[in-house]
Design a protein around this ligand. Sequence first.
Ligand code: SF4
Length: 377
Amino acid sequence: MVRGVYIHIPFCHQICNYCDFNKFYFHNQPVDEYIESLGKEMALWQDDLAKAKIETIFLGGGTPTALSLEQLERLLTLIHQYIPLEHVKEFSSEANPDELTLEKMQLMRKFGVNRLSMGVQTFNQDLLKILGRTHSNNHVYDVIQYAKQTEFPSISIDLMYGLPNQTMEQWKESLQEAFRLKIPHISAYSLLVEPKTIFYNLLSKGKLSLPGEDLEAEMYGYLMDEMKRNGYKQYEISNFSYEGKASEHNLLYWNNDEYIGLGAGAHGYVNSIRYSNHGPLKKYMQQLEIGEKPVMMQKEVTYEEKMEEEMFLGLRKNQGVSLSNFEKRYGKSLYEAYGNEIEELLKKELIEIKNDYVFLTNRGRFVGNEVFQYFLK
Ligand code: SF4
């Protein structure tokens, strides 16, 4: 059953040097028309939305906070018009610290948004410039103040390590600043240089200096130790939170549950079909103009593929994959499906089985991708 909705707002006021998401520079884009197209797309999903039990909504991008106050209000009004909200536990929005005003946050609260996910990345001003980000630490402090004023129940920040020229000292300072601010949820990612990004171009010309593997491993080790020491629980490879503050929407993905994806370039998973929408704005909006869903590609997920996904998504969680739930979903036990793989991974001490769960060991978490390969047939 569909349990969540993802809505993509593909506009940004600045383009970060590492970004490979589907996004467009805000200036001169048909933003108002795009929001109306989203309304049309929601209307086309009415039957599925009526049958669904929507528990999480996630506004992502791009940056939803790039929208003006009026545009944001129109978007939130459409969401209230088309998406059944009675079961929604978590309504998140991604945000850039320099775009959040008190008025935007008041508006979000009025429409039920209860979680902000902020792209902070680092508290070091020089590194922010290298990343191509325009906010300053003062913007982050302002948002935290506004969040108190508007009684936002939860805030998350993204932090990155393994950045160009980043020292261990700078990484320590950024993490310690997040702890000092008592941010309830932190996602910490190492930088991946993706093709078609500015960083990729610089790297291929030998103009980007990245920390070596040893330093990155040291940064990761420090992250793990300090999160624990500061009262955070790791619940996924890159995600840490205070008790009860884990992201329900992201857990939906790792639990291999279904969700509707709306917007240009968005992905969804409905009735065992994974699909992705057209990315270019013009194509996305044209399809909706003629009353058709803007789906570019769709594929039915086979029984075998579902089991594979269950394993490599579920093992990302610290809790791991429930043996009883696996059997209930697939009509066979985990041992029947993956006996040899489980045996080998247990021998290598990359996974562990306790009570009803199979999960990665610390060593397994460090080489997660290697473990996931075992379940891809
Ligand atoms: S704000 Fe986010 S989506 Fe926009 S360019 Fe930067 S990383 Fe990409």
